[in-house]
Design a protein around this ligand. Structure first.
Ligand code: F6P
Length: 417
């Protein structure tokens, strides 16, 4: 019997464990015995449109293990939303590529926008009477996908950031001088404060340990209250460590800082940490250092959370099961069964119900004064950063994989966007 092929693609911001999902997809598809070839698209959905496919047959078992522990997106990634206003041209092209390469299953790894693509592609398959089954694979360091208790990628970024705050807090505390010293760290997360909140784990329940203040987008930035708190902490401890989410907003709702905006309206955030640090210096005269871990937090493969990595693998593996069972339009989601000891499993969620939504920190996770997060937030996050997976080391550096993909021969004319 002819076996159809499976296509895997990932889009959006990558994570330290995204390739663990990819490796799990490849391994599960092979193990099923029901899939012909396992293809990956080069640069996500753009790669599908451009018919830029890779045959993963070249990945032997050792290479799959190496893939799973390598941060970054081994198959590239993209920021691209399927257009709604192109008269169906992009959808026509996607289905032409599926047909040209006998794709029976599309597994799409991404965040909120990608889950929208999954729902739309599956609906389009139904409309056309096409047998394609499209399943989502959730990931994002932002932890903001609705319908899942947490998102693969978040736990490792959270662990890296909490560790960085713990270590930089010790450094700042030791450099206390007569003028007062402040350390500000800006973290990712776009409109949500999950990653900022994760840095609170560094304090391990001690209010005198870093971070002393955590600013999240869910609470509007009240500058006067913030500066008063910084002063109070510096007067008491000699220093103050502050986490600033990149997407914090003024009381009128506008972003404190945006780095750039492209022609399609995609806003790149960045600079809020420096803005806050400068304001402290101008108003209170304290010496400051500031850091923006930026891609470091998304790519810290040397300091993975084993829990996160296990969840990234699980969603990849289970997505293949859903696909082969014909459960199109779903995504495997993490369900928390118990906090301590932490237990979780994977359940199917309808992508149409969660697409394009954003899960913010719940009210109970942000302190009433908007200057820190609560014990409940720390209790939620603690298990997600647990477990060690030290990378193999070569020459003093993590021994990551490097890939030289062989492209699948194109069968269609070039895609004209
Ligand atoms: O979507 C995840 C994310 O890491 C955000 O937290 C961050 O704002 C954004 O990606 C950065 O994306 P890019 O790499 O496209 O600039």
């Amino acid at each position: 019997m002819r076996q159809q092929n499976l296509l895997y693609a990932h889009s959006g911001g990558v994570t330290a464990v995204i390739n663990a999902s990819a490796a799990a997809v490849v391994a599960a598809a092979r193990a099923s015995g029901r899939v012909g070839k396992v293809f990956a698209a080069w640069r996500g959905i753009v790669g599908v449109l451009e018919e830029a496919l890779i045959d993963t047959a070249g990945l032997d078992e050792a290479a799959l293990v190496r893939l799973a522990r390598t941060p970054g997106g081994a198959f590239g990634s993209c920021r691209f939303d399927l257009p709604h206003d192109d008269g169906g041209a992009a959808m026509d092209r996607l289905f032409a590529v599926f047909d040209a390469h006998d794709i029976g299953w599309l597994l799409y790894n991404g965040g909120n926008g990608s889950m929208d693509a999954v729902a739309r592609i599956q609906a389009e398959a139904a409309r056309r009477g096409h047998a394609l089954v499209c399943v989502g694979v959730p990931k994002t360091v932002d932890n903001d996908i609705v319908g899942t208790d947490c998102c693969p990628g978040f736990g490792s970024a959270a662990r890296y950031l909490a560790t960085s705050m713990l270590e930089a807090g010790l450094d700042t505390a030791s450099m206390v001088g007569s003028k007062g010293s402040v350390f500000v760290m800006e973290v990712m997360g776009r409109n949500t404060g999950w990653l900022a909140a994760a840095t609170a784990l560094a304090a391990q329940g001690d209010p005198d340990r870093a971070p002393h203040i955590v600013l999240v987008p869910e609470a509007r930035f009240d500058e006067a209250a913030f500066l008063a708190r910084v002063r109070e902490i510096v007067e008491r401890l000699g220093y103050c460590a502050v986490t600033v989410a990149e997407g914090i907003r003024r009381p009128d709702g506008s972003l404190l800082m945006e780095k750039s905006r492209d022609a399609r309206g995609y806003v790149q955030l960045g600079g809020a940490g420096l803005a806050v640090a400068r304001r402290i210096n101008e108003r209170l005269g304290y010496k400051f250092h500031w850091a923006i871990p930026d891609y470091l937090q998304r790519s810290a493969g040397h300091w993975l959370s084993a829990t996160d990595r296990a969840q990234a693998e699980a969603v990849g593996r289970v997505a293949v099961e859903y696909a082969l069972a014909g459960q199109g339009g779903t995504m495997p989601a993490i369900r928390r069964l118990q906090d301590a000891p932490y237990r979780w499993d994977v359940v199917a969620v309808d992508t149409a119900a969660v697409a394009n939504l954003e899960r913010s920190l719940p009210d109970g996770f942000v302190r009433a004064d908007g200057l820190h997060v609560t014990t409940a937030a720390c209790d939620y996050m603690r298990p997600l950063i647990e477990g060690e997976i030290p990378p193999p080391v070569a020459g003093g550096l993590p021994d990551y994989g490097r890939w030289d993909w062989a492209p699948v021969a194109r069968r269609l004319a070039a895609w004209q966007a």
